[in-house]
Design a protein. Structure first.
Length: 200
C-alpha cells in the first residue's frame, strides 16, 4: 500500500471510518487515492459521495447515517424518530426529516426521503444529538416527537399517534410535563390533553 493510501486510511480511522467526498478532499486525500482505495476494496461507497472503511462492521442504521452525513441541517422526525426512540411498531419505509420553510429540498439517490417543513421555533425545540454508528444524528427527542406526531396526525395517522403515546406512558422515565410543553409549541395541547389524561 502506498504512503498516500496509508495516510488516507489513517484519516478515515480518525473520523470514525466514514467521510463525505468533500470532507476527504479537505482532509488532504487526493481524489485519485480515494477512488483507488475504493477499487481495491479498502473503501466502500455508501451512496453518492459517501465513503466508509470496508473492514468495519455493517451499519445498524445505514439510512440515518447517510442522511446525517449528506444533510447535516436535517432533523430526523415523526415515524423515523419514533422508531429510533422505540415508540412504534411501524417500520419506516422512508427517512422523515424536518427542514425549515423555504430551504432547498435535498435529493438523494438513497435512502428515500419525506421532507416536512417546521417553523423555526418548532425546528429548534427538542433536538437531540445521538451517536449512531459513530455518526452524530440530529433527531427530535421522544417528547417533542409525540407532539409532532399529533400535529401531523392527518398525514401520519391518529392511530400511530395514540399507539406511540401509550408506549411512552409505559416507560419508567417519562415526562408528561415536557410532552405538554412541546404540545404548546406545536399548538396541539388542546388535541393532546384528552389522550394524555387517559394514559398519565
Amino acid at each position: 500500500m502506498t504512503t498516500a493510501a496509508q495516510r488516507a486510511i489513517s484519516i478515515f480511522q480518525e473520523n470514525g471510518g466514514l467521510l463525505r467526498t468533500h470532507e476527504a478532499l479537505a482532509a488532504g486525500i487526493h481524489a485519485r487515492t480515494l477512488y483507488s482505495l475504493r477499487d481495491a476494496g479498502a473503501l466502500e461507497q455508501s451512496g453518492r459521495g459517501l465513503f466508509r472503511l470496508s473492514n468495519l462492521p455493517p451499519l445498524s442504521e445505514p439510512d440515518l447515517v447517510a442522511v446525517a452525513k449528506r444533510i447535516p441541517s436535517a432533523v430526523v422526525c415523526l415515524i423515523s424518530a419514533l422508531s429510533l426512540h422505540e415508540l412504534t411498531s411501524q417500520i419506516p419505509h422512508v427517512v422523515q426529516i424536518a427542514l425549515r420553510p423555504g430551504s432547498r429540498t435535498p435529493r438523494l439517490d438513497h435512502p428515500p426521503l419525506e421532507v416536512f417543513r417546521f417553523s423555526p421555533s418548532s425546528l429548534a425545540a427538542g433536538v437531540e444529538e445521538r451517536r449512531v454508528d459513530g455518526v452524530t444524528v440530529r433527531v427530535f427527542g421522544a417528547e417533542k416527537t409525540l407532539a409532532d406526531i399529533f400535529k401531523f396526525r392527518n398525514r401520519i395517522g391518529l392511530e400511530i399517534a395514540v399507539e406511540s403515546l401509550r408506549n411512552y406512558a409505559r416507560r419508567k422515565r417519562r415526562r408528561f410535563d415536557l410532552v405538554l410543553k412541546f404540545a404548546r409549541i406545536c399548538r396541539v395541547d388542546a388535541v393532546m390533553r384528552p389522550y394524555l389524561e387517559t394514559v398519565a
